[in-house]
Design a protein around this ligand. Sequence first.
Ligand code: NDP
Length: 338
Amino acid sequence: NRRVILKRYVTGFPSEDDMEVVTGTARLAVPAGSTAVVLKNLYVSCDPYMRGRMTKHEDPTYVPDFVPGEVLTAFGVSKVVASGHPGFAVGDLVWGMTGWEEYTLVPNPALFFKINHPEIPLSYYTGVLGMPGMTAYVGLFHVAKPKKGEYVFVSAASGAVGQIVGQLAKLTGCYVVGSAGSDEKVNLLKAKFGFDEAFNYKKEADLNAALKRYFPEGIDIYFENVGGAMLDAVLLNMRLRGRIPVCGLISQYNLEQPEGPRNLACVITKRLRMEGFIVTDHFGEYHKFEEEMAGYLKEGKITYIEDVAVGLEKAPAALIGLYTGRNVGKQLVKVANE
Ligand code: NDP
């Protein structure tokens, strides 16, 4: 059983060397009398929040810290190869929190979702049909509540969450602009995902001026993925009573001293609403989301790009690439053929 373990807790920017691929023995049978399942992992996800789990926290956060020497856990798509649980049969395809390893014994699979659309590429269940897709949906529709004709800005817009946010906002009839960190990504946003405009934030010396260029009348909804300097510039450009679903702050995850925002006074003067959310709080409505999103994909109303690293040994580099923008689209790792 090849697996990726955390070698040590991380401070600052993570490196591949903070993780290690090791080989052990797989347990392929469930303990007698238990309700465990054994999963063969097909695809595992690389997600930005995993960096937070590499730090030792004094007080518990919303997700447990990783433990040095132990396998990294992450969302993934798997096949049940042994089951003591009445709700899961050998051969079932599922997604949920599994391990960065070939086989995972899950003592209680109750939190796994069965995959209802195996005709769609299974890897999509790490992204558009899984946690990141649902993040886009929840942040946009439950938190921001867009109306037709509103001005929407999305940062990290070509990524797993951002590409779906932009397309859902377009389906709602909004004017949508995205920012991304390369010209290739900017082209994708406009040519593939149908954003009205997009810009490369790395080429803008003055983010405030860039936003004024794309939003002369201001921003109604900012889907926040990055934080830092971008959030500060956005605050200056929000319209009265704008909404900011705070999804993530990736520009801050590797900093020992977080930066900003310095323009929080805009929240008062413009009567803004900023609201953080965690997608897992909304997993109760997952299957409703799955049906809606599967429909959009089949009708061609939503398109989707993923960046697939092949083989578990590629997983550490793939994860670290999220923090430099190396990924183009949703980053995941293919572990095995079905
Ligand atoms: P992405 O697929 O967008 O990958 C991360 C991207 O972030 C990179 O490709 C890069 O794109 C951008 N980035 C990296 N470093 C920086 C930086 N210093 N400044 C600005 N941009 C940077 O990731 P996801 O779509 O999976 O996640 C997007 C955000 O959503 C993250 O903040 C994540 O933590 C958050 N999230 C929150 C959830 C919740 O429940 N609240 C659930 C899931 C995700 P570029 O080249 O454009 O810079």
